[in-house]
Ligand binder design. Structure first.
Ligand code: NFS
Ligand code: SF4
Length: 655
């Protein structure tokens, strides 16, 4: 298969440069495989194909001309709802398994079993303890850690259906907890919520689409619990992100260094790789390299980027392409969003692909079992593999794109509040609230989620952020959305000066200068990986608490313009459940059921305040996001603005 214009696949110039090499050399990538899948099955696309039992697959004719029931009698609404709930359950399982891994590491640390880890951010640990009412005074650190590990693991073990999980109960605004409690949506146990979702969607169980989707909202909140505990405990272990200047895009690969990419999600491995790579500098020099150059891909990339300023090579869809530079010596994988094609691409080069998780192996990759109890030994073994791969490099095949953009990253909630605190030490949130009230900041949008071959890579992200920032909307980003902005240079002060509307620019400049950045905050604030969407929840909760409101009252919208994974589906669902208007730029498999589509849009809005809006055209999506923000402003009695070619003008609030 061949095509003419790689820029149709991606807006990222580094990606298109590498795709031309792939095309010329006949190396398969996600894009060539997507083309080979065309036309994709309409039944699957609309959610009307059921494979839940072996009488199937059953298909419902979307136009009403063919079968309207599966063999068991399930109708289109049940079939669509069941599959959506299974997507949510899988997403929740993935995030919370990551969270459990971190919680168990904390438990083992508290018992003195992990020599390679420590609590790097004691202040954060104490803040978490205060949130959960765990005593700190006069206690050993290990005792506090033990208590936090126990109360976190309780969220996976509690069998009392009426007692909500600890992390949500300690974190969400009171009015939201009350509403969710009354609706029976607060999960009591993450694992049980996932198991119940799988159980109720088995053949012959729940066949009421409303009841199924309500179950979906509950498992989505279990997912949020898993994300929140993963983020917060990772901060205690590895440090809470603070603003850091780094770089992004394939130009971060260095010709003269041993380049190792960390790809996946869980920082337990990537943090140690960074530590040991620094320790093994001399060994790298001994083979003629300048040292190890650790670079990030996907969310593990985001984790080490926001905490350590490790440069980001790329985001999800282009994860095969660093190999095509001919200078990537190893890609070290942990869990989730890892393409099984990596060893096949690497076969064409010298790159060593290394899996590290017992439950996430890939045929053709080298596996080194990574265990926290032997972290540094495992990391050394992995880095030695990278070292020997470096010796096999073919200098004639090195093609590193000459592009990398600066990126100011590391905007945890704590970092944002600290920056605001430089403007108003006594009441850090006041400058943000005052400027929202005055309309200098119209509201905020959180861009989250993936890349998807159904859209041109990164393009909707870039278009939407520019359009919304020009209209004075604060832009936050996580996950592969954040990767898109970092690669494209939108996490810079120049981007603020170029694209922000006058009100937003004034606020970002005042805060950035007060915080000692010598200029504005970047246009897009990088909050971290996908589990770090929970940071945006913390920020929204702080704002809601300050205003005495619920999250569903705030002018905040979530947007996943290139959503792809089951994790993205579940994140979108909890955003809705928390009360946020939630934009999806790709169509989830619900088009086959008007009932399910209505449940996620209209009924959800009535019930929990949040709702999904699907809009695949970024130009129209911008207007819809803006309108949703204005609706919230009107609800708060704040002045509203209209979508126009220019940003709304208004006076500056006192800073
Ligand atoms: Ni989120 Fe991060 Fe990326 Fe999508 Fe995958 S890497 S966890 S799921 S593809 S944003
Ligand atoms: Fe068909 Fe019902 Fe089996 Fe699904 S569960 S495959 S609709 S018989």
């Amino acid at each position: 298969m061949s095509c003419l214009d790689c820029s149709q696949c991606s807006t990222d110039p580094c990606a298109t440069e590498m795709l031309k090499i792939a095309e010329a050399e006949g190396i398969g990538t996600a894009w060539s495989r997507a083309a080979a899948q065309e036309p994709q099955c309409g039944f699957g696309t609309t959610g009307l194909c059921c494979r839940i039992c072996m009488k199937g697959p059953c298909r419902i004719d979307p136009f009403g001309n063919g079968p309207q029931y599966g063999i068991c009698g399930a109708d289109r609404d049940t079939i669509v709802a069941r599959h959506m709930v299974r997507m949510m359950a899988s997403g929740a399982a993935a995030h919370s398994e990551h969270g459990r891994h971190i919680a168990l590491a904390l438990l083992h640390l508290s018992k003195g079993e992990l020599k390679d880890y420590e609590i790097r951010d004691v202040e954060k640990l104490h803040a978490i303890a205060a949130r959960h009412k765990v005593a700190v005074e006069g206690r050993e650190l290990s005792e506090i850690v033990r208590d936090l590990a126990d109360l976190t693991l309780w969220d996976f073990q509690n069998q009392d259906y009426s007692a909500p999980v600890n992390w949500l109960a300690a974190s969400l605004p009171a009015p939201r907890l009350e509403k969710l409690g009354k609706l029976g949506l607060l999960p009591h146990n993450i694992d049980a919520s996932v198991a119940q979702s799988m159980s109720r969607t088995h053949l012959g169980c729940d066949a009421d689409p409303t009841n199924l989707i309500l179950g979906g909202l509950r498992v989505a909140l279990a997912d949020l619990d898993g994300e929140m505990l993963a983020t917060e405990l990772s901060d205690a272990l590895f440090g809470t992100p603070t603003p850091t200047v780094t770089r992004a895009n394939l130009g971060v690969i260095k010709r003269d260094a041993i380049n190792i990419a960390v790809n996946g999600h869980n920082p337990l491995l990537s943090e140690i790789i960074c530590d040991i790579a620094a320790d093994m500098e001399d060994e790298a020099k001994a083979v003629g390299a300048t040292g190890f150059n650790v670079i990030g891909v996907c969310c593990t990339g985001n984790e080490v980027m926001v905490r350590r300023g490790i440069p980001l090579a790329t985001n999800y869809l282009s994860q095969e392409l660093p190999i095509l530079t001919g200078a990537l010596d190893a890609m070290i994988l942990d869990v989730q969003c890892i393409m099984p094609s990596l060893p096949r691409v690497a076969e064409c080069f010298h790159t060593q692909i290394i899996t590290t998780d017992k439950q996430n192996k890939i045929a053709g990759a080298t596996h080194v079992d990574f265990e926290e109890h032997h972290a540094s030994e495992n990391a050394k073994e992995i880095l030695k593999l990278a070292l020997s791969a470096y010796k096999r490099r073919d200098p004639k095949r090195i093609n590193i794109p000459n592009l990398q953009n600066e990126a100011i990253v590391g905007f945890s909630t704590e970092a944002i509040v600290a920056a605001l605190g430089k403007v108003n030490a006594e009441d850090p949130l006041a400058p943000l609230v005052d400027n929202i009230v005055a309309g200098n900041i119209q509201g905020a949008v959180l861009f989250a989620g993936c890349n998807n071959t159904k859209t041109q890579q990164d393009s909707a992200y870039l278009e939407l952020a520019k359009a919304l920032a020009a209209r004075d909307i604060l832009v936050l980003a996580t996950g592969c959305a954040a990767g898109a902005y970092a690669k494209a240079g939108l996490m810079t002060q120049e981007a603020t000066n170029t694209y922000a509307g006058p009100g937003l620019k004034a606020v970002l400049t005042a805060v950035g200068e007060a915080a000692g950045l010598g200029g504005p905050l970047p246009l897009v604030l990088h909050m971290g990986s996908c589990v770090d969407n929970s940071r945006a929840v913390s920020l929204a909760t702080a704002l809601a608490n300050k205003l005495g409101k619920d999250i569903s009252d705030l002018p905040i919208v979530a947007s996943a313009p290139e959503a792809m994974t089951e994790k993205a589906v579940v994140i979108g669902t909890w955003a809705v459940t928390l009360g946020l208007p939630t934009h999806l730029g790709t169509m989830p498999p619900v088009a086959g059921s008007q009932v399910v589509a209505d449940l996620l849009t209209t009924t959800a809005k009535e019930l929990v305040g949040g709702y999904m809006m699907v809009e695949t055209d970024p130009a129209l999506a911008g207007e819809k996001i803006f309108a949703a923000i204005q609706e919230r402003r009107a609800g708060l009695g704040l002045p509203t603005a209209t979508w126009g070619p220019k940003a709304p003008a208004s006076g500056l609030a006192r800073m």
